[in-house]
Design a binder for this molecule. Sequence first.
Ligand code: KIV
Length: 281
Amino acid sequence: MRVTVADVQKMKQNGERIAMITAYDCSSALIAERAGVPVLLVGDSLGMVMLGHSTTLPVTLDDMERHAAAVMRVSQKALVVADLPFLSYATIEDAVSSARRLMQSSGVQAVKLEGGKSITPQIRRLVDCGVPVMGHLGLTPQSQHQIGLRVQARRAEEARQLIEDALAVEAAGAFALVLEVVPAPLAAAVSERVSIPVIGIGAGAGCDGQVQVWHDLLGLFECRPPRHAKRFADIGAAMEQAVRAYADDVHSGSFPTDAQSSTMNPDELAAALASLDHKDH
Ligand code: KIV
């Protein structure tokens, strides 16, 4: 049975911390599910980690649909949430049309939208249409040119605004909220004030759950991961070592061996070559 929005909300009520991780394709989805992660996020961070862009802004609905569909083809247990990409929910009509496309083409159960009070009309309409919505406040990367890539809401006025935004997103019907790169005590205060689960990334241990980006957690990039990321393994180095060993074996001729090759009856090959020779004369 697949995890539902109600299950995730029950986890908060029961004081059970929620693990969420990004997944962008079938291998990440399969591994995350096997590891027992209850919520997968097809994040628009795929623009950077899968498509090589420097921000999430170039990510299109087509990109999101392709990756979300790959995750959904293999996923069986987790609640799968997908990001609506940059400017695909600027109006209520856009939000409905984008959510319809993403959910119908991929089968994801919920969508995530970045923003506070200003996008509550879109959240409310989607929820009225039966679409579970996850909010996203704090460092919202789709607005990075406006707000910068830095810790958000450190000052009293911004912190008050963030709490008001969280309450507004909850009141609009969102089932959960991501809080990205905000001071830990503020994130804890938000988590206490809203009844929906707050999933933090760079927001401290006082949130109801945590989300991490697949590539940061597994060390798939050589560059220094962001401060909020914890590298739980260095899979990138292990992969590089394996690929180097493969290339070395090709160069030396020690790969492939008979174990990776198939045979045929020598008479069949001789007959084929003879008939070619015959044709040539
Ligand atoms: O796109 C993404 O991966 C996200 C997480 C960082 C929350 O939105």
